[in-house]
Write a protein that binds this ligand. Sequence first.
Ligand SMILES: Cc1ncc(COP(=O)(O)O)c(C=O)c1O
Length: 409
Amino acid sequence: MAFDIKTKMNGRFRDLQGGLFLSVEKADVGEGAAKFQAAGGVNMAWADMFYPDPSIPESVLKATVEALETGFPSHYTLPIGMLELRQALAEHIEKKDGLKLDPSRNILIAPGSDSGLMMAMMPFLEAGDEVLVPDPCYASNYLNCTLLGAKAVSVPTWYDDNYRIHIEEMEKRLTNRTKMVLLTHPNNPTTVVYRKDNLEELAKFIVDNDLVLVCDQAFEDHIFDGIEFVSPCTLPGMWERTVTVCSMSKGYGLSGYRIGYLYADDHMMDVYYGAAVNVLGAPNTMSTFGCIAALHDDTILPGYKERLDRRRMLAYGILSAIPGVRMRPSESGILSWLDVSRLGTSQEIVDYLREEALIMVNPGSQYGACGEGFIRIVSACFSDDGDAAACFERIADALTKLAKEKGIA
Ligand SMILES: Cc1ncc(COP(=O)(O)O)c(C=O)c1O
């Protein structure tokens, strides 16, 4: 019998597919996206601000180049991240959350928040544990649970009440194996910012049931329409049971720098520090200098917020006029979220747009069952509003044609 190396693998990993042997309909694995772009297609499926255009802020570029010229970045930083970066982040966190953190006890740097999220969950989850996950949410949440032997339990949320979390839906799914709530806040893909009263209900549920919260706040830096952003770790009873995971990728547009960070109570942080070198290795030294400069430059976030605000309204203006499509202006970040269910399934519409408009977007179904019937568009692709608008128009033209074929006026 032919040797099958996969029989040696841990069952949690065995069935993963990276696109080498089968074509995998995911934007982020294999060569699919690169081939599509090489053939003239536009990739609006990567949550990467201004992709593919150059967009390093001047102060960050200068600090990065200067750091390189010292020759020092060929060396490791501390596995938990350089102190100066943790200090800059402590100031940033104090400004946004009002928390006074000790950079040497409460903050850990990760090579991006993807590995940071996995790290955040690892010390808590054992085989058979259950994790309540408001659905739709960041697609990696489901696989992260599986890889750790736990079970992600989807808790449905709905477009019609702007994806409010219903505590009774949480309660229905609570078992004696439930250990954690995993929240994407602001939400990717919906862009929804969970409101303070809703988070207070959720916090009470978490405390009453003695659960842990891992809160992914990768998109927290740009919130629109004056909506209040609350970090759940600041709510009563939550600090000691919450790990907050953030990123330099989305707000500062530094996804290629690969810097994320976790903050938490020192009792948890002690364990993360202990595991840092084994799980994360160490963050990139050159990027560390660039990110310190970014955090010290008070013009970057306000400048990007103004551009992203304009961009989401541009997307909303063009895309919400498509017959049969429902959407709201995005509440945060760089994405647009469209209900296309009258036109087809998520996957049908994604496939159609690839063919008809030569544009790659994400099927809502990737983000959980409640995302079915939706598509996600990274509306902050391209530096120039005109380039982005041309793509929104192409999507609108293609979907309008489809709507006509389906008799939707
Ligand atoms: C909600 C959310 N969290 C975390 C990440 C990971 O980002 P990074 O690893 O670049 O920090 C992403 C990336 O798309 C995301 O959408």
